[in-house]
Write a protein that binds this ligand. Structure first.
Ligand SMILES: [Zn+2]
Length: 285
């Protein structure tokens, strides 16, 4: 059972800081949303290919099936990346979903036709009981990041199917994981600057503001800040208390079904205090 909530999120946590670039959003939708997802795409059959932890359905319009740029090679590369991401998820977050995860990689044109109406921005993917990705014909760095990001949502859904996590935690950890997996170890000076500016203008969201199940109701610019802030808060926790602290935190939250108990167990502080520490860190940064 998936959370019956929509959410928006930019692919990158630094969407706020980018000026001219296309702001891409990844969206999580509830299982109740009607998707005409079958085993056939408008271009024909979805190709099915399995790896140990994933079932991949792929429908990108690629001319060749064999060869260096053929669809078979593309599918193998995606599955290899997903398996590597699965191992990183275990290493960094001690999340190890049982049972196979289903991933749809859509032809970008079909994806846009089908789902563009659901998003304010061109969408990069979403999670709704299965991972849905707006495909490319190559395994691009952007595609790699989206796969990592959505994997976190899938893993939390598998770990605690009936627990609705606040957006700052679910999105923050997903953003943190995709950045960390790409080798990024902290928020950038530019991201910090954007947050400090928002702090000066009194525009930062409180954790309470970001405790909705999903950020779908946020306007695009506010959503970019909300995702960046969620990521920065998780990054702050990791900088202050280590990566293992983050594992202790999410597992305590899932076990106790309480954010407060999870915070006290992992960080010996309540959330209000952690939030105050975080805001202070932005001001002195
Ligand atoms: Zn997300």
């Amino acid at each position: 059972m998936a959370r019956a909530v929509p959410e928006f999120l930019p692919i990158r946590g630094n969407g706020l800081a980018r000026s001219g670039g296309l702001l891409l959003f990844v969206v999580l939708l509830g299982a109740g949303t009607a998707f005409a997802v079958g085993d056939r795409g408008a271009d024909g059959d979805f190709e099915r290919r399995d790896s140990f932890h994933f079932t991949l359905y792929q429908d990108v319009d690629i001319d060749e099936s064999a060869g260096l740029y053929g669809s078979r090679r593309f599918e193998q590369e995606i599955l290899r990346e997903l398996e590597a991401a699965f191992d990183r998820l275990d290493d960094l977050l001690a999340l190890r979903p049982e049972g196979k995860l289903v991933v749809y990689v859509w032809d970008p044109r079909l994806f846009d036709e089908k789902y563009a109406g659901l998003f304010r921005f061109p969408a990069a993917g979403f999670y709704a009981g299965a991972i849905h990705i707006r495909g490319a014909t190559r395994l691009t760095p952007g595609l790699v990041r989206v796969l990592h990001h959505e994997l976190v949502h899938a893993a939390f859904d598998a770990e605690a199917p009936r627990l609705t996590l606040p957006a700052w935690m679910n999105e923050g950890i997903a953003e943190w994981f995709e950045a960390r997996a790409a080798g990024k170890r902290a928020i950038t000076a530019r991201e910090r600057g954007a947050l400090a500016g928002a702090a000066d203008r009194g525009e930062l969201f409180s954790l309470a503001d970001l405790s909705v199940p999903a950020l779908g109701g946020f306007q695009p610019v506010a959503a970019a800040l909300a995702y960046l802030e969620s990521y920065a808060f998780i990054d702050f926790l990791v900088q202050a208390h280590g990566e293992r602290g983050l594992v202790r935190f999410w597992s305590a939250v899932v076990r106790s079904r309480s954010l407060e108990r999870g915070a006290r167990r992992a960080y010996r502080k309540d959330l209000e205090q952690l939030e105050a520490d975080f805001f202070r860190s932005l001001r002195t940064g």
